[in-house]
Design a protein around this ligand. Sequence first.
Ligand code: NDP
Length: 448
Amino acid sequence: MEEILNKIRARNPNQPEFLQAVEEVLTSIADFVEKNPQYKRANIIERIVEPDRVFIFRVPWTTDDGDVMVNRGFRVEFNNAIGPYKGGLRFHPTVNLSVIKFLGFEQIFKNALTTLPLGGGKGGSDFDPKGRSDDEVMRFCQNFMNELYKYLGPDIDVPAGDIGVGAREIGFLFGQYKKLTGRFNGVLTGKGLNWGGSLIRPEATGYGSVYFAEEMLMTRGETLEGKVCLVSGSGNVAQYTVEKIIQLGGKVVTLSDSSGFIYDPAGIDDEKLEYVKELKNVRRGRIKEYADEYKVEYTPANSDLDYNPMWAIKADCAFPSATQNEINKKDAENLVKNGVYVISEGANMPTTPEGVDIFLKAKVLYGPGKAANAGGVSVSGLEMSQNSQHLSWTREEVDNKLRGIMVAIHEQCRKYGMEEDGFCNYVNGANIAGFKKVADSMLDQGVV
Ligand code: NDP
C-alpha cells in the first residue's frame, strides 16, 4: 500500500486535501484488500484514485459596474461504477483542483453507502458569492452552466449544491441548462419545490447527521434528549442540524461562520433558529448579529491561535458542519477532555487525520462525514427517482426513507468496523463497506 501511496503522491503534487482523503481511505482498507486478492489482481486501488475525467474551464462574467471578471470552473467525474456521477457544486474562494478531487473521491464511497445507484463526482468554482448581488450571482451561474451543460445529463452527471450553492444558485443554473438544451429534466438536485425539487432535500444533510448520531447513541442505550451540542457553521447543514436536535430534545449552544462563533448557554430555540435562517438565507448577514440580538458571547475567529475555543466548550456532542479541517489535533483533545463523546460530521472531512486519531484512541462515538452526512446525497437520489417517475412523495415519505437510509448506513459501518473489544471504528466501517460495493462493481464491468 505504501508503494502505491508514493506513486499517488508523486502523480498528484500540490494536492494536499486530495492526498489526505486518499491516505485515510487506503489506510482503512489495507487489511481488507490484503485478504481479498481479487482487488489487487485487477489493480482496483490505482484505478479508483484516478478520476474518469476532469473538466477545468474559464468562467467570465460581468459585475453590476460593468467590470469583466474571470473565475475558474471545475467538474470531476470520478467514478460511475454504480450509477451516474453525483455530487455537489461548491462556490468558495478556496476551491481548487485538490479540494474538488478530495470531495469527489469521498463522494464515491459516501454514495455507495446510501444503498442508491449513485456514482461519485464533484465540481465548483473559486467564485465567491458573498457580497455579490443576485444579478451578479445569476450572471456567474449562467456563464458557469454555459460550459458545464455539455457534460451533464440525468443518466450521466447530476450536480447539486454545496458550500455557496443553495436554492438561489441551483435555480439560476437550472434555468440556464434549460435555455441551452431545451430540456426539462432531473439534471440537478436541490431544485425548487415548484419545479421538480423534493421535500426534505434542504433538511436532509443536517437531519441525516442527527439521525446518524442517534443511531450511534442507541448502541449505548442513549438518545439525544438532554444532550448539550456544539454545532459549527450556520449554513444549510448547520441550520437543519440544529432544527433536528431541538426536535429530539437536545440543546445546541454554538453556531459559527468564517468570522467567529456565538455561545448561547441557554440554547438555540425555534425562535432563535428562525432568526438564524432569516439572517443567513435572506439577509446574508454575519453570525455576530445573533450575539447582538440575543446578548450572548461572540468570539471572533483568531488565526493566531492553534486551536478553536469553540471546541473547548463543555458539551456531550459535536456536529462540525462548516468546512474541511476545522478540527485539528488540539481541538479534538479539547473536545474529548471537555466531555464530548459523540461526533457526527455534517461537513466533509472536518477533522484532520491527527484529530481523527484522538477520537479513535478515546473510543468515542465518531461518525465520519462520508457516513454521517450522506443524508443530503441520499435525498438527492430520491429527488432523481421522483423526477424520473414524474411524481412527488410527501414530506413524511421522504423523511422516513431518509431515516431508513441512515439506519442502513450505520449498520454497514458496524458490519465492517466492529473491533474485538466491541468498539466500532466507523471510519474503517464506512471506508470498507463503500469500497467493497464500488470495487466489486468495477470487477464485474472489466478493465475500462
Ligand atoms: P453553506 O454555504 O450553506 O454554509 C457553510 C457554512 O460554513 C457557513 O456558515 C460558512 O461561513 C462556513 N464556512 C465555510 N467555509 C469556511 C471556512 N473556510 N472557515 C470557516 N467557516 C467556513 O454550506 P453547507 O451548509 O451546504 O455545507 C457545509 C459543509 O457540509 C461542507 O463541508 C459541505 O461539503 C458539507 N456537505 C453539504 C451537503 C449539502 O447537502 N449542502 C451535503 C454533504 C456535505 P461563511 O458564510 O462565513 O463562509
